[in-house]
Write a protein of this length. Structure first.
Length: 401
């Protein structure tokens, strides 16, 4: 089915067109707009609905041409169909000048509408719609419960959002999700509501579902609901929506390796496998890494060693030998700093050593260089960006996409 939007102030003309489209088939009308949207609203509408075809009424010719120009600039590949009450020669001339190849007028005829849809399908096969979509999807995967994965995901996402980047943080641990509690969110809507309305998602519904913390948008996991199961078919359109509307996306996973989690990791630019320097956590980290390698995802995995201290019984080199890959970054054990942040519902103090580590992680995720002298940064390289103290080992270089 071709996804379409109808922009037509003439409701009678719009209704008639939609009736004929429904009878012909092969087209679904996602939105019917009864006024010409301004540029900002039009771009937001495109990102939300990802239409392949847009029917534009020529009732107000100047406004219609503004819409056409915005679509050509912001929605390459989207097919345009001009509609009007009659086939006025002057109108047809304007359509030709605007480069619009398809035109329908009343009274609509099923045969002509069907032929138009057929040509649109052929054009889209040759030139699919290309909308801006980010590849900055980061999955945070705990080796086991209690490794502090949510703390890392929350603080890294907040740090990124303060770098003039639009960021979405989504809690996909439906059984033990902590982000709502950690940030003291009072929004009753959650990922469950987003999943149930995924097919009808638009720019009006989305702001009601997410909570905003500073510049960060958060989609929390909601209250405990053991009867609900998140399906891949629900996650996919949500991910597509988020990719069109955010620069970076962080997903906090449960670690239970649900089917939807695996599919998300298949899409991720980097998978942060979080563990602590304890035997059970390291054992499960290795198990999960081996499983991800079997899915050909091994080169996307970066190990984050949390709650590390100089007095640990197991050294970083021993951990790397056990896991079979380098430790990309270590985070100090700052119980009091994390406790203070949880109590306040805020990020860990960014001036603390732990807070600075989160800042470095955020910079790496956004491929930003450290602040300061450029020549010094060049000499230090990424090894110093991804280190904390002398115990840290060089990182796994990010795979070039």
């Amino acid at each position: 089915m071709l996804r379409s939007i109808v922009i037509c102030p003439d409701t009678e003309l719009s209704d008639s067109l939609q009736d004929h489209l429904a009878e012909v088939g092969h087209v679904t009308v996602l939105r019917a707009v009864d006024k010409y949207p301004h540029a900002h609203d039009l771009v937001r509408m495109i990102r939300t609905n990802a239409p392949q075809v847009i029917f534009v009424s020529l009732q107000e010719l100047d406004r219609a041409m503004e819409v056409v120009r915005e679509l050509e600039q912001n929605a390459p590949g989207v097919q345009l169909v001009a509609i009007h009450r009659n086939a006025d020669p002057a109108i047809l001339l304007e359509v030709m000048r605007a480069g619009i190849r398809e035109f329908l007028s009343q009274p609509f005829q099923l045969g002509l509408v069907g032929e138009t849809i057929g040509r649109l399908r052929e054009a889209l096969e040759k030139r699919p719609v290309t909308l801006d979509s980010t590849d900055l999807l980061f999955a945070f995967l705990p080796s086991k419960a209690g490794t502090g994965t949510s703390t890392i995901a929350v603080n890294a996402a907040i740090a990124m959002s303060k770098m003039d980047t639009s960021v979405l943080l989504s809690d996909l641990d439906l059984n033990c999700g902590m982000i709502r509690f950690m940030l003291k969110l009072d929004n009753e809507y959650s990922i469950i509501d987003a999943a149930e309305h995924a097919a009808a998602m638009d720019e009006n519904l989305w702001p009601q579902l997410v909570s905003t913390v500073g510049k960060l948008d958060v989609l929390h996991s909601g209250r405990l609901n053991p009867s609900f199961r998140l399906e891949s078919a629900q996650v996919r359109p949500l991910l597509e929506y988020a990719r069109r509307n955010y620069k970076a996306i962080c997903v906090d996973l449960s670690g239970n390796m649900e089917k939807f989690s695996i599919e998300l990791m298949l899409e991720a630019k980097r998978i942060f496998l979080v563990c602590t320097p304890e035997i059970p956590s390291l054992h499960l980290a290795r198990e999960k890494f081996m499983f991800l390698k079997s899915l050909e995802l091994g080169d996307r995995v970066s190990v984050l060693l949390n709650r590390n201290s100089k007095s640990e019984v197991i050294s970083s080199s021993q951990i790397e030998n056990l896991l079979g890959l380098p430790v990309a970054m270590t985070f100090p054990n700052d119980y009091h700093g994390v406790h203070k942040a949880l109590t306040a519902g805020k990020q860990v103090d960014p001036t603390s050593e732990l807070g600075k580590a989160f800042q470095r992680l955020a910079m790496f995720m956004l491929d930003k260089k450290p602040a300061g002298d450029a020549s010094k940064a060049k000499k230090k390289g990424i090894a110093d960006l991804f280190s904390f103290g002398k115990s840290a080992s060089p990182p796994v270089p990010a795979k070039a996409d």
